[in-house]
Design a protein around this ligand. Structure first.
Ligand SMILES: *Cc1c(COP(=O)(O)O)cnc(C)c1O
Length: 219
C-alpha cells in the first residue's frame, strides 16, 4: 500500500485534528525526511529513546511522550516535552509538577483513560481520574496544564468495538470538560487513533491521531 503523506495530512486537518507522527524505533534520518515535508509533531513512547534522538534533531520539533512514563524518568524530558499523553497516576503527576517548577515550565498533559478490553493496558478508570482531579494535591499544582485525555482501542479487527470505545472516550472527555474544566480553553484534546483505526477515531472526534507504521513503512 502506498501512502500520500499530503493526503493523510489533509484528511486529518479537514477533521480539525493534528497528526502526531509516532517515531519510536525510527532513525533520525527517517524523522528528518518527514520533518522536511513539514511535520513538526512527533511522538515517542520511551524516554531513553527520546533522550538519544532529541539532541540530534531540530529545535522546533514538538515532542509528545505517548507511552507509559515512570516518575524517575520525568526529569529527563521536563525541559522540553510538548505534551505528555500518558498520565495514569497522581504520583506521576506530582513528579511532572515538581519538574515543571524546577524548569520554570507549565507542562501540558493528558489523562490516559482505559476503555480497551485488555487488562494489561495502562490507564485510569473514570473514577480514578475524577479522584485525582478532586484531590487537594492536584488543585495545588501550578506547573502542570490539564489538556485533555488519551486512550487506546482494543487490539481487535472488530471495528464496531473500536468505534464504541472511541465513542466512550469522547463521552468521558465531555463529562470531564463539563464537570471540571468548563472554562479551561486548554482542556481540549482527545488523543485517540493509530495506524489501524485513525479514521474511526477522527469520525468519533479525535483531535490528535498518533500514527506510526502507516507513515514510516511507506516513506
Ligand atoms: C506505537 C504507538 C502508536 C502508533 O502505532 P502505529 O500502529 O504504528 O500507528 C500510537 N500510540 C501509542 C501509545 C504507541 O505506543
Amino acid at each position: 500500500m502506498s501512502l500520500h503523506f499530503e493526503e493523510l495530512i489533509q484528511q486529518i486537518h479537514s477533521k480539525k485534528a493534528e497528526l502526531v507522527a509516532v517515531s519510536k524505533t525510527r532513525s533520525v534520518e527517517e524523522i528528518l525526511s518527514l520533518y522536511k515535508m513539514g511535520q513538526r509533531h512527533f511522538g515517542e513512547n520511551r524516554v531513553q529513546e527520546l533522550r538519544q534522538k532529541h539532541p540530534l534533531l531540530p529545535n522546533d520539533i514538538h515532542w509528545h511522550l505517548i507511552g507509559h512514563l515512570q516518575s524517575n524518568k520525568v526529569k529527563y524530558i521536563a525541559p522540553y516535552i510538548h505534551l505528555i499523553h500518558s498520565v495514569d497516576s497522581l504520583s506521576l503527576l506530582e513528579e511532572i509538577n515538581k519538574q515543571g517548577a524546577k524548569h520554570n515550565r507549565i507542562i501540558p498533559f493528558l489523562f490516559q483513560l482505559k476503555v480497551a478490553e485488555e487488562f494489561t493496558k495502562f490507564g485510569l478508570s473514570m473514577e480514578a481520574c475524577t479522584a485525582i482531579i478532586e484531590s487537594d494535591k492536584f488543585k495545588n499544582m501550578k506547573n502542570v496544564l490539564p489538556s485533555g485525555i488519551m486512550g487506546m482501542g482494543t487490539f481487535t479487527s472488530d471495528l464496531n468495538q473500536i468505534s464504541e470505545e472511541f465513542k466512550l472516550l469522547k463521552k468521558y472527555f465531555t463529562e470531564l470538560k463539563e464537570t471540571f474544566f468548563p472554562l479551561a480553553e486548554d482542556f481540549k484534546e482527545i488523543s485517540m487513533g493509530m495506524s489501524g483505526d485513525y479514521e474511526l477515531a477522527l469520525e468519533e472526534g479525535s483531535t490528535l491521531v498518533r500514527i506510526g507504521s502507516l507513515i514510516f513503512n511507506n516513506l
